[in-house]
Design a protein around this ligand. Structure first.
Ligand SMILES: N[C@@H](CCC[C@H](N)C(=O)O)C(=O)O
Length: 246
């Protein structure tokens, strides 16, 4: 079996394609294991679809299924294009709906699903939060110092609200983000739907315009754009290696 490892802003994925649509949770746990497997934050399996270029099945590293993954869509689109499964502009089905991605060399832009606010502003643990679904649910708090990111607090909030947890700092019109991801159960180097959630929050508070540069923990630069209530997420992806495992 041939697997490809991708990094999209530091969020890493094992990707392969198959004709078989089934539950790949156990494969996700094995392949994403950083000691005994390839090592990744998530597994993406592309399967055929009669209407769209393909359908994807997405799993976090603990084997849990997730409806969407922003960085994953960019890595997956690049994989589909370079493996001849789709043209450079493609549509594919995720658990959150149809995603449109465009590949231009190593830069991939994804049109995310329409964001839905799940919970308006509320106070908890000394921070002001809100919860938005940008494909998957995200708690967002705006802080002055990203050192306020606290693993135990993030873990508590994650389980209480069943959402990913983001701390965002806004400086000079740019958004800096740290994310605790559900299903990885820790901080990842980047989370696309999390960056989108932070950008949206900053935009609605008038702290950034309709286009902004966003930087996750990996410090890679992403561009977030809001056009007619739709979010576009653009940045570089990297194919790390392809390997065969029996
Ligand atoms: N890393 C992803 C989000 C993956 C899903 C998330 N961990 C969840 O279970 O909600 C991204 O780039 O958006």
């Amino acid at each position: 079996m041939t697997y490809t490892k991708y990094s999209a802003s530091g969020n890493d994925f094992v990707i392969f394609h198959s004709f078989i649509k089934k539950d790949y949770s156990q494969e996700a746990i094995k392949l994403c294991n950083r000691t005994e497997g390839i090592g990744a934050d998530g597994l993406i399996v592309l399967v055929p679809h009669e209407k769209y270029d393909f359908e994807w099945l997405f799993y976090n590293s603990d084997g849990s299924h997730a409806a969407m993954c922003g960085n994953g869509t960019r890595a997956c689109a690049h994989y589909a294009y370079t493996n001849g499964l789709a043209s450079s502009k493609m549509q594919f089905l995720t658990g959150a709906g149809v995603i449109e991605s465009t590949v231009e060399e190593n830069i991939v832009e994804t049109q995310l699903t329409k964001p839905v606010i799940l919970k308006e502003e509320f106070e908890q643990e000394g921070f002001t939060w809100y919860i938005v679904d940008t494909g998957v649910p995200h708690l967002v708090t705006i802080v002055e110092d990203l050192e306020k990111y606290d693993h135990n607090l993030a873990s508590k909030m994650r389980y209480e609200h069943n959402a990913n947890v983001n701390f965002a700092k806004i400086q000079d019109g740019k958004v800096y983000v740290r994310t605790y991801e559900r299903g990885v159960e820790g901080e990842t180097l980047a989370c696309g739907t999390g960056m989108a959630a932070c950008f949206l929050r900053a935009n609605s508070l008038g702290l950034v315009g309709n286009i902004a540069k966003v930087y996750p923990k990996s410090k890679e630069e992403l561009t977030l754009t809001k056009k007619d209530e739709t979010l576009y997420f653009k940045g570089a992806v990297k194919k790390v290696f392809t390997t065969s495992i029996n």
